[in-house]
Design a protein around this ligand. Structure first.
Ligand SMILES: NC(=O)c1ccc[n+]([C@@H]2O[C@H](COP(=O)([O-])OP(=O)(O)OC[C@H]3O[C@@H](n4cnc5c(N)ncnc54)[C@H](O)[C@@H]3O)[C@@H](O)[C@H]2O)c1
Length: 114
């Protein structure tokens, strides 16, 4: 038997005019959000970081490399108001990964996507 999530006698409260106060861009924006990208110091991961930046997000990269690809620094030039940070890490080692995630939360205050 299925149970309604709406208590008896109440209806779902919806504001039919809410859409007038926001744009499709607002709905798709990652402004103020933090996205974690594994293996993002180069290659597909770093390309994805640029995509996140284009829609306003901040990026925390976990990678085993000591030095990221040169494009990492271009990101910083192109999106000076957004943060990208590289955390040297190894995604196969739980304790290393846990430490990196704790640092990200400390630095960015939140994680919204991985
Ligand atoms: N499905 C597809 O069509 C498709 C196409 C291309 C690539 N890929 C796959 O996507 C992945 C990424 O491709 P790429 O070209 O960006 O590769 P890449 O080698 O350029 O980048 C991978 C990154 O992961 C990092 N890394 C590797 N092991 C790590 C670990 N243990 N901890 C943290 N970081 C680690 C590397 O240092 C590197 O920076 C690969 O697995 C590749 O096979 C899939």
């Amino acid at each position: 038997m299925t149970q309604s999530l709406i208590p008896p006698g109440q209806s779902l409260k919806r504001d039919p005019d809410a859409f007038l106060g926001r744009t499709v861009h607002d709905l798709l924006s990652l402004k103020g959000r933090t996205i974690v990208i594994t293996g993002g110091a180069r290659g597909i991961g770093l390309s994805f970081a640029f995509a996140v930046a284009e829609v306003g997000g901040n990026v925390a990269i976990l990678d085993a490399l000591d030095e990221p690809h040169d494009h990492f620094y271009k990101w910083q030039e192109d999106f000076p108001d957004q943060t990208i940070k590289l955390y040297k890490s190894d995604v196969t080692r739980y304790e290393v990964l846990e430490g990196a995630f704790n640092e990200i939360v400390k630095d960015f205050g939140r994680i919204d996507g991985l």
